[in-house]
Design a protein around this ligand. Structure first.
Ligand SMILES: [Zn+2]
Length: 153
């Protein structure tokens, strides 16, 4: 995969702050912003105002889990113009423990290695630099490596 992964010593900003924030204490790991219904407890992503389950208005923002499992995936053989990836690449639906499905690139892994049910974790992907020299980061998911955490410095 030809996604640029740089160290996170530089200041960084999320590509879309409505979808995720960056956890500075954890070295800039993206944290997906989920929405929880205080009535029925269902979680949603991305943002919703009204719970489609029970009709409750006013959902609470919560951090979603960083790990999930590949629910289904597609291998793409063409890239749109200006894309940060090279073909072939994998777009997956990731199922999080909150019973939320998130669409994401799979990175750090060959397309043929991706499996349904594979454990994956969120990771930052640099998209570009902004005018102030900050890294603009998107999120992707990658296979979980053996020990729980791999710290980037
Ligand atoms: Zn509800």
């Amino acid at each position: 995969m030809a996604i640029q992964q740089k160290d996170r010593a530089r200041p960084a900003v999320p590509l879309n702050e409505r979808l995720f924030r960056l956890d500075e204490a954890e070295g800039g790991i993206p944290v997906l912003l989920g929405w929880r219904c205080p009535d029925c407890g269902h979680h949603f992503f991305p943002h919703r105002t009204i719970c489609p389950g029970c009709g409750h208005i006013g959902l609470e923002e919560v951090d979603l889990s960083r790990r999930g499992k590949v629910w289904t995936y597609t291998i793409a053989h063409q890239v749109p113009p200006g894309a940060i990836v090279e073909a072939p690449y994998v777009i997956a639906r990731i199922e999080l423990p909150e019973a939320v499905l998130v669409s994401s690139l799979i990175t750090d892994c060959a397309p043929e290695e991706v499996r349904v049910g594979m454990e994956v974790e969120i990771t930052p992907v640099k998209v570009r630099e902004d005018e102030e020299g900050r890294d603009v980061l998107a999120f992707a998911f990658r296979p979980v490596k053996k020990p729980a955490k791999e710290t980037k410095s």
